[in-house]
Design a protein around this ligand. Structure first.
Ligand SMILES: N[C@@H](CCC(=O)N[C@@H](CS)C(=O)NCC(=O)O)C(=O)O
Length: 211
């Protein structure tokens, strides 16, 4: 099998690198990590663009393929290393799978003000001492509405089994939880259940660097 390599941010704060590493870990794949410092120096940016088309982190390298965009990466891993030989990343049920993709799209294309006011440094590092702005408050209310609709009290996954969208939704909730913004207890429990997964624990411990 061709070697797998992931270009990731040297700060370990990128939510999109988090997604790609959790996907690799959940699939129990062996891979190498190449860290990139931000801002990406112009020469390196041009080289990454030349190889991966879009020179943003994360980038997965598998044989001749250089692929950026976290969702493209998890889809590629799901199809290259399919169930049942490898653990699932996406729900088996078609409707649930579509819903999972909807949630992953939502956390990337909405919630911009929340991402701005509640950066992942407050999740993986030190919380920022800044009140939520008005736009971020609206984002937070919408995120909680969506999460409440998808996560039943007492459940640790949106669907019958864990999927990669649970990691994304939990990270969005952790932006609030890490900054001690109000979040219903069952959603805190749901997010903490994701944080207790081996894949997420290995990401937080930066363990992939040692594999
Ligand atoms: N939509 C992309 C976003 C990737 C992205 O924005 N990566 C940022 C780090 S979080 C990056 O590479 N920034 C450096 C740059 O744009 O030069 C994904 O899901 O992977």
């Amino acid at each position: 099998m061709a070697e797998l390599k992931l270009y990731t941010d040297a700060s370990w704060m990128s939510p999109w690198s988090f997604h790609a590493i959790v996907a690799l870990e959940e699939k129990r794949l062996t891979y190498k990590i190449e860290t990139v410092k931000f801002p990406i120096p112009p020469n390196q940016k041009a080289e990454l663009q030349g190889r991966a088309l879009l020179g943003k982190i994360p980038i997965l390298v598998h044989g001749d393929l250089w692929l950026s965009e976290s969702l493209a990466i998890s889809e590629y891993l799901a199809e290259s290393f399919p169930a049942p030989a490898y653990p699932r990343l996406f729900p088996a049920h078609l409707g649930d799978r579509a819903r999972a993709r909807q949630v992953m799209s939502y956390v990337r294309t909405s919630l911009g003000a929340l991402r701005e006011d509640r950066p992942t440094s407050g999740v993986f590092g030190r919380a920022v001492e800044k009140p939520l702005g008005d736009k971020a408050k609206l984002d937070a209310a919408d995120l909680l509405r969506v999460a409440n609709a998808l996560v039943e009290p007492g459940k640790t996954s949106m669907f019958a089994e864990w999927c990669i969208a649970d990691a994304d939704l939990a990270l969005s909730l952790m932006r609030l939880i890490g900054h001690e913004d109000p979040v219903p207890q069952h959603l805190i429990d749901y997010a903490m259940a994701q944080w207790d997964r081996r894949s997420v624990r290995r990401y937080i411990a930066h363990l992939p660097t040692r594999s």
